[in-house]
Write a protein that binds this ligand. Structure first.
Ligand code: PMP
Length: 419
């Protein structure tokens, strides 16, 4: 007989696991202080609320355990260094890579900037990248800034990156294909192995922007067959200011540093400086020690629940919300049916900002709903959809049917106001 679990949260989690992630235990929500007061938070794609385990890990790292890494000769610093490198191992294991292939960065934005600036020096001057219409600005602007020639792959009717078009567009002049693994607006999931095959066929590398994928799907860089994978910790229930770049070892080893400073060197003289091997070579300066500890705790937390269970849970919520919205005659839905955790829509005669503002006001039940309204840092996609902005509801592992019900009540209230 299984011993009775003492802790109500553990009991609920165990039930959740047994039910295949189809229902969310209310006790799980209690672990997120940011959700206190019954707030209906539907903006997890922007940034996820943090479980107490992550908050505790960062408090410990900033308090009792705090010391610098890679420098101190005293025990506390040595312990922190071990913990810092253990976090690197954990990130690598989480996405199926090796520790020496993981660079800690501020987030996905910094990771893409790093690749866009450093990789051209491996392939010679310049570079040519195939992006897609649905990319986040952070997967557009760094390539422009670094002087890459940019080509843009169109989308299919239902809002996926059109890989047939990519196949037609790719030439041996392309050195990189950089696509979102999951769109932050449409929730569409890329067929990454096919994108990898197309890129590799012409000798290009594949970079995947995994910001919206790592919190929502099991990710294995080997199975995806990509060359670079980037993500941000704060969307994965971890702290802000930390993220990771994973790159195949041979690529990282060939890439020159892009920022100089302490930690990333081997020997410095005024005549000549040599650099540390990768990944240290890419981590100039004192790193985000506290945030790295928080990221480690966040990965342990989501891995404890299981990404497959989180995905199943969010898929059920997406299906329910899309059905409810499709049943209304004043809503246009964007993106494919099977979008991962994210539902973008427009309401006839109501600007998304007005909808967002009304939802934020307390409803008759005393709670409010937070959605995102705007261009979602994807202005080319807005132009493609022919809108200035969309409303976006995005789920997290703590979301449940009460969030959907509150959103629908708020939409109805908005309809009554706008007539
Ligand atoms: N790519 C995607 C798909 C995103 O959703 C985001 C964040 N909205 C980013 C990149 C940029 O992430 P960050 O701002 O954390 O660097």
């Amino acid at each position: 007989m299984t011993p009775e679990l003492e802790n109500p949260t553990e009991r609920a989690l165990s039930r959740w696991e047994n039910e295949g992630g189809a229902t969310l235990p209310a006790a799980l929500r209690d672990q997120f202080p940011g959700l206190a007061g019954g707030w209906h938070y539907l903006d997890t794609a922007a940034t996820a609320q943090k479980p107490q385990a992550v908050i505790d890990a960062t408090v410990r790292a900033m308090g009792a355990d705090y010391a610098t890494v890679h420098r101190g000769v005293y025990a506390r610093s040595a312990n922190m260094t071990v913990a810092y490198e253990a976090a690197r191992e954990r990130v690598a294991r989480f996405i199926g890579g090796q520790a020496d292939e993981v660079v800690f960065v501020r987030g996905a934005t910094e990771a893409i900037n790093l690749v866009a600036h450093s990789y051209p020096r491996v392939v010679g001057s310049g570079g040519r990248v195939l992006l897609s219409v649905l990319e986040h600005h952070s997967n557009i602007v760094p390539w422009q800034l670094a002087g890459w020639q940019v080509d843009v792959c169109p989308l299919t009717e239902d809002g996926r990156i059109d890989l047939d078009a990519a196949e037609r567009m790719l030439t041996s002049e392309h050195t990189m294909v950089a696509f979102a693994h999951v769109s932050n607006v449409l929730g569409s999931v890329l067929d990454a192995p096919r994108a990898a095959e197309l890129a590799h066929r012409v000798g290009a590398k594949l970079l995947l922007d995994g910001c919206q994928a790592v919190p929502r799907l099991p990710v294995d860089v080997a199975a995806l067959n990509c060359d670079f994978y980037v993500f941000s910790g704060h969307k994965l229930y971890g702290p802000t200011g930390i993220g990771a770049l994973w790159a195949r070892h041979d690529l990282l080893a060939a890439m020159p540093p892009w920022q100089g400073g302490g930690s990333m060197i081997d020997k410095v003289t005024f005549a000549q400086t040599t650099y540390a091997p990768a990944p240290t070579r890419f981590e100039a300066g004192t790193p985000a020690i506290v945030e790295v500890m928080g990221l480690h705790a966040a990965i342990d937390y989501v891995s404890g629940l299981g990404l497959a269970a989180i995905h199943a849970h969010e898929a059920a919520l997406v299906g329910q919300l899309r059905r409810e919205l499709a049943a209304r005659n004043d809503i246009t839905l964007f993106g494919p049916e099977d979008s991962a955790g994210i539902v973008s829509f427009a309401m006839d005669g109501v600007h998304p900002h007005d909808l967002g503002t009304i939802l934020d006001e307390e409803g008759p039940d005393g709670t409010s709903v937070a959605i995102r309204a705007g261009h979602h840092c994807a202005q080319p996609l807005m132009a493609h959809l022919g809108v200035a902005a969309t409303a976006r509801a995005s789920f997290g592992l703590y979301s449940d049917e009460s969030d959907i019900a509150a959103l629908l009540r708020g939409i109805e209230r908005t309809r009554r106001i706008f007539g």
